[in-house]
Design a protein around this ligand. Structure first.
Ligand code: B12
Length: 208
């Protein structure tokens, strides 16, 4: 993984991030490896924010740099197949507006042949339920970057269950602070740390 890119992202050095991404792309480094380096840099941005070295303006800037860099990557990590497999419904849980990771996962799922329904950010439970009824997906994803929104995921999953829609449905969760303990707490089926894991799990579960 490019340490230069990780550090440039962490230091919010926009010019260096862009030139390093261009160099890595020209060297044939896979888009998902480049994203992993950018993601690691973003973790450092998060740590610096926690330690009050960075403030909200730096978080906003980090998102802009990340989005600019990922535009250089084109269709990430797939062969551009369209809807060979089943439907994957995805959204960021209500009260949370982080969408960079969600967008990477939806792009990678889509370019790996899944039909993706992206519900956006700050998604209320009713919208997940409506989408499950409408599209009857076998797998749905809930993204969450805020520990304060874990209870919202839990409520959402319980409501999906109460509506009788959990049978034959796998619920994946993901996002920076989400781990196995969160998965257990909110009652999800599985946690994925990145987009590739999401593709692999979904393929396996959908019998692809
Ligand atoms: C960029 C950023 C922002 C941007 C977001 C812009 C955007 N359009 O998304 C802005 C500036 C808006 C923002 C706002 C806030 N943020 Co913020 N933010 C970040 C930061 C630095 C990076 C997040 C990111 O994009 N990472 C890169 C992506 C690629 O990684 P990822 O999201 O983890 O996604 C990958 C995997 O997790 C996985 N994945 C993700 N989702 C899913 C879903 C499924 C189903 C699956 C299978 C996989 C999967 O695949 C992705 C690709 O590999 C994080 C720090 C961090 N460590 O994450 C803080 C962080 C998440 N933010 C934080 C905070 C506190 C806030 C604010 C409350 C700040 C404030 N005071 O206002 C607000 C909240 C706004 C809200 N209501 O949502 C805290 C949360 C702390 C906590 N304990 O909950 C963090 C952790 C920073 C910190 N260390 O303090 N933020």
């Amino acid at each position: 993984m490019s340490k230069k890119l990780i550090d440039a992202m962490a230091d919010l050095d926009e010019d260096l991030v862009i030139s390093e991404v261009k160099t890595l792309v020209s060297q044939g480094v896979p888009a998902l490896d480049i994203i992993a380096a950018l993601q690691e840099g973003m973790s450092t941005v998060g740590k610096r924010f926690e330690e009050k070295e960075y403030f909200l303006s730096e978080l906003i800037m980090s998102a802009e740099i990340f989005n600019e860099a990922s535009q250089l990557l084109g269709g990430v990590g797939g062969e551009g197949a369209t809807s060979k497999y089943g439907t994957f419904v995805m959204g960021t849980i209500y009260d949370d507006i982080h969408d960079i990771g969600k967008n990477i996962v939806t792009t990678v799922m889509s370019s790996n042949g899944f039909h993706v329904v992206d519900l956006g950010v700050d998604v209320p439970t009713a919208k997940y339920i409506e989408a499950i009824k409408q599209y009857q997906p076998k797998v749905i994803g809930i993204s969450c970057l805020l520990t304060t929104a874990f209870d919202n995921i839990k409520e959402c999953i319980q409501s999906i269950e109460k509506a009788g829609l959990r049978k034959d449905l796998k619920i994946l969760i993901g996002g920076g602070p989400v781990d196995e303990a969160t998965c257990k707490y909110v009652g999800a089926d599985h946690v994925c740390k990145n987009a590739q894991e999401t593709v692999e799990y979904s393929k396996k579960y959908m019998g692809v």
